[in-house]
Each structure stands twice: as C-alpha cells, then as structure tokens.
Design a protein around this ligand. Structure first.
Ligand code: MN3
Length: 236
C-alpha cells in the first residue's frame, strides 16, 4: 500500500520549499507513508501572484478545490482497501474512477502551484530551452501552441507540457477533467489549470487573457528542474 501514494502523489512537495515549510512537509510525508495524500502548502502567500491571479481565487482554489481532491483521493483509497478486505467489489467501477479523477487532480494542482512564482515570467534556459527548440522549433512556436491548446480545452481541464520518454520529446497535451486525453507514461512538467474556478472571478469568460497572463508568472527554473529529473528516462 505504501508505494503508489508516496512516490506519485507527493510529486509537488519535492525538496525546493522544504526549508520554509519544514513542519508541513514533515506532516505531508507522514501522511504519504500511510498511503494517504496531504494538501501541500502553497509555496508563496495567497496574494503573491497578484495581479495575474487574485488572492480570493488562489485562496478558494487551494484551500477548497485542491483540498477536495485530496479528500476525494483518500476516500477512494480507503473504500478500495475496504473492498479488498470484504471481497465486495460491487462498486469497483465507481471507486476506480474516483481514484483516477482525484489522484490526477491532486498531482496536477501540486505541480500548478510550483509552476508559478511571483518572480517568474522569464524564459526557459539551458537544457530545457534546448528541448523546447528540438520539440517545437523554438520558444515562440511553443508558446503559441501551448496557449492555443490551453485556451481551447473543451470544458474543464488543463494545458500540459510533458516529457514523453519513449522518444525523448516534449509534448503539449489538453487534459479534460484531470485524467482524460493523456499519453501513458508521460511526465507533466508545466500545467495550466483552465477549470473556471482557476480564473473566473477575475477573468470571467476571457480564458485567453488568463492563459496569456499565466506566462508572466511561470517558474521556468522549477520546470527545468523537473525536466532534468526525467530527461534520462528515454526508452530509445
Ligand atoms: Mn483547479
């Protein structure tokens, strides 16, 4: 029971902010050891991303929506454990779906908080810049593709820059909800939440403005750190 949760679901907690958030991280690790997920603290204050993302949106988004996915995952995890113990798998489809939805929501939100920074908005550098050049033909072409894909997600979902290790290229994906339309085995590096709860208070129906402003707060150092962690995993 330990493995799945600890390795995958605490992706957003890794290292960077451990000094500033030592106590929270300790309790997060304790939770992860029991196979549960724990809401990671925001790596900055609720108003740190103003004016691009307003304080009220960030507060509700983190404290209510992300917390809801954490609770939903833990409930599904618990119910699946009970089903194994009792041998009653009559609701297996329901809880399997709940697990995929909430676990994916937790992973993506954990990445999303760390993808943004009050002093972000510069350009990708080093090996990440090279990978963007190789995969998309340059940063401007990448940005145009990412913005178009993210803006056009049908309904609630995400724009995602991911590393696809079978070929060693970066790919841009549109996720519907949190878990649909992915490629198995990819590693998300940069994610932009386009559920309405991420932008509607400030931007209303202007999702394209929100996505454009997202580029002012992208933490490319963190995206590059993630890329360096997975780039050697190429299969061929
Ligand atoms: Mn969200």
């Amino acid at each position: 029971m330990k493995g799945l949760g600890a390795a995958t679901l605490t992706l957003g907690l890794s290292g960077l902010h451990s000094a500033a958030y030592g106590a929270s991280e300790k309790s997060a690790r304790k939770g992860a050891e029991q196979g549960k997920c724990v809401l990671p603290p925001l790596p900055y204050s609720y108003d740190a991303l103003e004016p691009h993302i307003d304080k009220e949106t960030l507060t509700i988004h983190h404290d209510k929506h992300h917390a809801g996915y954490v609770n939903g995952f833990n409930r599904a995890w618990n119910e699946l454990s009970k089903a194994r113990a009792s041998g009653d798998f009559s609701l297996i489809k329901h809880w399997s779906r709940e697990l995929a939805f909430h676990a994916s929501g937790h992973v993506l939100h954990s990445l999303y908080w760390e993808n943004m920074s009050p002093d972000g908005g510069d350009l990708p550098k080093g090996e990440l810049a090279k990978a963007i050049e190789k995969s998309f033909g340059g940063f401007t072409l990448f940005r145009n593709h990412f913005m178009a894909a993210t803006k056009e997600v049908e309904g609630s979902g995400w724009g995602i820059l991911a590393f696809e290790p079978y070929r060693g290229y970066l790919v841009i994906l549109q996720a519907e909800k949190h878990q649909d339309l992915t490629i198995w085995g990819v590693y998300p590096l940069l994610v932009c939440d386009v559920w309405e709860h991420a932008y509607y208070l400030k931007y209303q129906n202007r999702r394209d403005h929100y996505v454009k402003n997202f580029f002012n707060i992208i933490n490319w150092r963190e995206v590059e750190r993630r890329y360096k962690g997975v780039k050697e995993l190429v299969r061929y």
